[in-house]
Design a protein around this ligand. Structure first.
Ligand code: SF4
Length: 222
């Protein structure tokens, strides 16, 4: 990000908030615990998942959970941005990154960026049953393994690699369905608990899932 001498205070243009919501740090934990920001407004970028590096730019594989505020629909625009007057609907309770971010001077955000991040386990490890499922999901749908298998499939059309990826995608989809039906869980909290669906994130590995004769199969994204 470039510094500018022209602006020295927030112009409320909304551009920062349109680029995406903040990542949560440990200092933001009370916002979730006190129900000021509900978990249905959050999503998790899971360890090993490719994500855009907002400060340095480019794609990176995240080293640990990053919990973020969701965008609106498929856009990155923060759900708490009021589009009419470009104001923040939770301004008094906005997370630490939002307080630190000044588009005209990025020193403060660079100091805290990726430090003392809040992880899912900080919020839900005490929730009997759920945390075990989250850990099991993390292990079975490991992004490091997905990366390796994706490369095998793309480079040599490895059928075993394809089946193992599809198995993970089916498990991920099934678990989400089950949690909503039997666990009586709000569908909107799933992206916080288990990250975004593999059916969507697999595209970041250059692959898409297609139906072939009623069966799922992988195709290389063109
Ligand atoms: S929480 Fe508020 S300040 Fe932070 S990105 Fe969203 S709208 Fe902007």
């Amino acid at each position: 990000m470039k510094s500018s001498n022209v602006i020295s205070e927030c112009q409320q243009c909304g551009v920062c908030c349109e680029k995406g919501g903040p990542a949560f740090h440990r200092a933001d934990k009370p916002l979730v615990e006190k129900g000021i920001i509900l978990s249905k407004y959050l999503f998790t970028i899971r360890e090993g998942e490719p994500a855009h590096e907002n400060v340095k730019g480019g794609l990176t594989r995240v080293p640990s959970d990053i919990i973020k505020i969701k965008g609106k629909g498929d856009a990155w625009r923060c759900v708490f941005l009021d589009e009419m007057d470009k104001s923040c609907r939770i301004y008094e309770n906005r997370p630490v990154e939002c307080r630190a971010l000044k588009c005209w001077d990025t020193k403060d955000i660079e100091k805290i960026y990726l430090r003392d991040l809040l992880y899912r386990k900080d919020l839900i490890s005490g929730m009997g049953g759920i945390w075990e499922l989250v850990e099991d999901h993390q292990q079975r749908c490991d992004y490091g393994l997905i990366e390796t298998l994706s490369r095998l499939f793309k480079d040599s059309n490895d059928k075993d690699a394809e089946e193992r990826i599809l198995e993970m995608i089916r498990y991920d989809a099934h678990l989400r369905e089950l949690i909503v039906k039997k666990g009586n869980m709000d569908k909107e909290t799933l992206d916080f608990l288990f990250g975004r669906p593999l059916l969507k994130t697999i595209t970041m590995f250059g692959l898409i899932v297609q139906q072939d004769g009623g069966q799922w199969c992988l195709r290389i994204k063109t």
